[in-house]
Design a binder for this molecule. Structure first.
Ligand code: SF4
Ligand code: SF3
Length: 539
C-alpha cells in the first residue's frame, strides 16, 4: 500500500505497511481501485456531457459517495468497498452504451473488472502509479480537495440541494487526473479551480443547512450528563441528527453530540427537542476512552472513526459513507429515510453515560450571527479593543505536538479574537479565554465546512473597512489540518486570494519539494514553528 493523504501519514512521508489510522493494506488497495473506477465512470460521464447528453443524478451521487468513502477514517470495511467498485463498474458499463466515441476514452473508463481480480488491478492503480513526483503531488492534492468537496456536496444532497455544475466539475476533473499530458501549469490552474468549486460547494451546504434548520445563533451547550440512557451521535451529517432526534423523541432516550456534531446545537430547529441533552467528549481521536465511558450506542455518520476497542464495538453503529467491519451499519430506503429503532432499543438496555466533564461552552458564531454583531466588531477594531483576528480553523489530531494549538490560543494577547470551525476547536474552546466588550474571544462558527462562514465574515469586514484586498485585514490564519476536508478548505481560501496561511502541525507529505516551493512563492504558505516565534510573527 501507499497512502499519504492525511497529516498523520507514517514518518511524514507515506503509510506503506499499514495505516497509522488503522487502515489495513487490503482496504487501502480497494480504496485505490475505487478511486480508479470512479475516475473511469467520470471520464465516461464527462464524454457524454460533451456529446450533449444528460448524466443522471444517480451517477452524480455515486461519484460523490465513492470519493467520500475513501476519506481518512470514514470506511474501513473492505467488503463494502468491493461492492461499491462492482456497482460503479455496472453503472459505467450502462453509461458506456450511450457513448458514441468509446475509442477516445482512457483505460480506466474501459476496464470492466472482467477477471474479478480486484487485488491485482489495484496494484497498478495506486498513488505511485504516477512516476513524476511533482505531477503526482498536484494530482493527489486535487484529488484530496475533490474528496473534501464531495463530502460537503453529499451533505447538501441529502438535504435536497443539488448543483449539477459542481458534479460536472468533479467528474471533469477526475477524468483530467487520468490525462498523462497535463503540464504542471495546467495542474496548478486546476488546483485553484478546485478551490473555487470548494467555495461553491461549501456555500451550497451552508444554504442547505440554514434553509433546513435556520441560521446558527449564539448557544450555550451543556457538557455534563443527565440520568437517562442515551445515544451519542458523531460526524458531520445533520440530516442524520434530525432523523435520530425525531425517532428518539418520547422514548426516554437522550441524544448527545460528539466531535463535529457539536454545532448541531447552534441551529434553532433542533432546540425544540428537550431530549437533545448536550455535547459529550471532545475531538475524534479521544473516542476510545470517551465511547467507553458513554456506555450507550454511538452513531458515526461520517469520519473520523478510530478502530474501536472490543469493549464498545457492539455499541458502535455506522451510517452513510462510514463503515467499520464488525460494527452494524444503518442503510437508507429509497426516500433517504433511516430506521434507528435498533439503536434506540439497544440504548434502553444501557446505563446512562458516565460524566466526564461539567459546565458549558458557547458557540454559534456562523456568518449570520457574527454579521449581526458587525457594527460592534468594526467599532472594536477601530477603537483598538480588537487588534487581530486569528483564524484557527481545521482539524484536530492525536499527535502530542498539537498541544501547540492550545498553548498558542492561551498565549495570544487579550486583544485578539479567535475565529474557529472544525474539530480543531477542541484544543482551546474550553479554555475560558474571556471576552472583549461582551464578545467571547473564541468564536466557533461550526463544523469544518463552516470555514465558509469565516471566509464570508472576512469578505464582509473587507467591505466594512473599505479595503481593496482581503489581505489588508487585521486577520492571520493559523490552520490545523488532518484529513481531506481541510484540503478543500485550504484550496478554497487560496482561491479567494488569502495569503500567508500558516498550515500545521506539519506540511502535507503529498506536497513535493517543487509544489511546496510554488505554494510558498505564490501564496506565502508556511508552517508553524514555536508558539513564541509564531506569536511574534503573526501578532
Ligand atoms: Fe496513512 Fe493517513 Fe492514509 Fe491512514 S489515511 S493510511 S494514516 S496517510
Ligand atoms: Fe475533524 Fe475528522 Fe477534520 Fe470536520 S472529524 S474536521 S478531523
Amino acid at each position: 500500500m501507499f497512502c499519504y493523504q492525511c497529516q498523520e501519514t507514517a514518518g511524514c512521508k507515506g503509510c506503506r505497511i499499514s495505516g497509522v489510522c488503522g487502515k489495513r493494506p487490503e482496504v487501502a488497495a480497494m480504496q485505490d481501485l475505487l478511486i480508479y473506477v470512479t475516475k473511469g465512470i467520470s471520464a465516461v460521464a464527462t464524454g457524454l456531457r460533451q456529446e450533449g447528453k444528460e448524466v443522471s443524478r444517480e451517477i452524480n451521487h455515486l461519484v460523490t459517495f465513492n470519493l467520500f468513502a475513501t476519506i481518512t477514517n470514514a470506511n474501513f470495511d473492505e467488503g463494502s468497498i468491493r461492492n461499491q467498485i462492482a456497482l460503479t463498474l455496472t453503472r459505467k458499463e450502462e453509461l458506456l452504451k450511450q457513448a458514441s466515441h468509446q475509442g477516445s476514452l482512457p483505460e480506466a473508463a474501459l476496464w470492466n473488472g472482467e477477471d474479478k481480480d480486484y487485488t491485482a488491478k489495484a496494484e497498478s492503480t495506486g498513488v505511485l502509479s504516477e512516476p513524476d513526483e511533482d505531477i503526482r503531488s498536484f494530482k493527489e492534492m486535487i484529488l484530496y480537495g475533490l474528496k473534501g468537496l464531495a463530502a460537503y456536496l453529499r451533505h447538501a444532497n441529502v438535504l435536497g440541494k443539488e448543483d449539477p455544475e459542481i458534479d460536472a466539475f468533479i467528474q471533469r476533473t477526475l477524468a483530467a487526473l487520468l490525462d498523462s499530458t497535463l503540464t504542471p501549469e495546467a495542474l496548478a490552474a486546476l488546483t485553484l479551480e478546485t478551490g473555487s468549486y470548494g467555495v461553491k460547494g461549501m456555500g451550497l451546504l451552508d444554504q442547505a443547512n440554514t434553509e433546513a434548520y435556520g441560521q446558527p445563533e449564539i448557544t450555550k451547550v451543556e457538557l455534563g450528563v443527565r440520568q437517562n440512557p442515551a445515544i451519542l451521535i458523531s460526524g458531520h451529517d445533520l440530516k442524520d441528527l434530525e432523523m435520530l432526534l425525531q425517532q428518539t423523541e418520547g422514548t426516554g432516550v437522550d441524544v448527545y453530540t460528539h466531535g463535529e456534531m457539536l454545532p448541531g446545537h447552534y441551529y434553532p430547529y433542533f432546540k425544540k427537542y428537550r431530549h437533545f441533552a448536550g455535547n459529550y467528549g471532545n475531538a475524534w481521536w479521544k473516542q476510545p476512552a470517551e465511547f467507553e465511558s458513554f456506555q450507550g450506542p454511538i452513531l458515526m455518520t461520517t469520519n473520523c472513526i478510530v478502530p474501536p476497542r472490543p469493549s464498545y464495538r457492539d455499541r458502535l453503529w455506522t451510517t452513510g459513507a462510514a463503515q467499520y467491519p464488525g460494527c452494524r451499519h444503518i442503510g437508507e430506503d429509497a426516500s433517504g429515510h433511516k430506521d434507528f429503532s435498533a439503536l434506540i432499543a439497544q440504548a434502553k438496555t444501557c446505563p446512562a453515560p458516565k460524566e466526564i466533564e461539567s459546565g458549558s461552552i458557547v458557540g454559534g458564531f456562523a456568518h449570520h450571527q457574527v454579521l449581526s454583531l458587525a457594527d460592534k466588531i468594526v467599532e472594536a477594531v477601530k477603537s483598538g479593543a480588537v487588534r487581530r483576528f486569528v483564524v484557527m480553523a481545521g482539524c484536530d489530531g492525536r499527535q502530542g505536538s498539537r498541544d501547540y494549538y492550545t498553548r498558542f490560543a492561551r498565549e495570544l494577547p487579550e486583544d485578539t479574537l479567535i475565529l474557529t470551525a472544525g474539530c480543531a476547536k477542541y484544543r482551546y474552546l474550553k479554555l475560558n479565554l474571556g471576552n472583549i466588550g461582551g464578545i467571547p474571544r473564541v468564536l466557533d462558527a461550526g463544523q469544518c465546512n463552516d470555514s465558509y462562514s469565516l471566509a464570508l465574515i472576512a469578505l464582509k469586514l473587507k467591505e466594512a473597512f473599505g479595503l481593496k484586498d482581503i489581505n489588508e485585514l487585521p486577520i492571520v490564519y493559523n490552520i490545523a489540518w488532518y484529513e481531506q476536508k481541510a484540503v478543500i478548505v485550504l484550496l478554497a481560501l487560496l482561491s479567494l486570494g488569502v495569503r500567508n496561511i500558516h498550515l500545521g502541525p506539519t506540511l502535507p507529505a503529498f506536497l513535493s519539494e517543487h509544489v511546496a516551493a510554488l505554494l510558498v512563492e505564490k501564496f506565502g504558505i508556511g508552517t508553524i514553528s514555536t508558539v513564541e516565534q509564531d506569536l511574534k510573527e503573526m501578532i
